[in-house]
Design a protein around this ligand. Structure first.
Ligand SMILES: [Zn+2]
Length: 173
């Protein structure tokens, strides 16, 4: 299940926090709901619902920290969508249903050509596109990227499941 996106008073995303911590912030009245979208807090006797986006009442000054790169985080950032053909798990390709295992991280500039593990050089690709591209640049393989890979504004590692609709507004996705 999804966690909660915490925004600064300026609406800048600060972090993805666990639901329990979100509840504690709400109880301490240091945050306000920034969306109508709610998520249920499991494990509680009464069914508590927490907004999926919270905003701090007072601005906090935080040093800028880049989200840490990992293969898993890239897949999450791209929501398991192939950057070249747009398929996702559940899409049909060549008469069969694609699964999560059919997707992997593609290096836009291939590793064999000194492409690095960075947010802007990596994206989710289906195995078919990944194989087709091989050790080439997209334009060399006659392939086009459907979007430009960007460095995310918050750490995706702590988020699990799909990114809630309400977050996208703030994450510029
Ligand atoms: Zn593809």
């Amino acid at each position: 299940m999804v966690a909660v996106l915490l925004l600064n008073a300026s609406y800048e995303p600060l972090a993805v926090i666990p639901k329990k911590r979100a509840l504690s912030l709400l109880l301490r009245e240091v945050v306000d709901a920034a969306t109508e979208e709610v998520v249920a807090l499991s494990g509680s006797a009464t069914s508590l619902e927490i907004p999926t986006v919270l905003r701090l009442r007072r601005y906090v000054n935080v040093p800028k920290r880049g989200a840490s790169w990992s293969r898993r985080a890239v897949m999450r950032r791209d929501n398991f969508t192939c950057i070249y053909c747009g398929v996702q798990p559940g899409s049909r390709q060549g008469g069969r249903m694609l699964r999560h295992v059919d997707f992997s991280v593609d290096h836009i500039v291939p590793k064999s050509r000194n492409g690095r593990n960075t947010w802007t050089n990596t994206a989710c690709a289906c195995s078919s596109c990944n194989n087709r591209k091989g050790n080439r640049l997209p334009h060399e393989a006659g392939m086009h990227m459907l979007w430009e890979p960007k460095t995310p504004r918050v750490d995706y590692l702590v988020a699990s499941g799909d990114i809630p609709e309400a977050w996208k507004l703030y994450l510029q996705m």
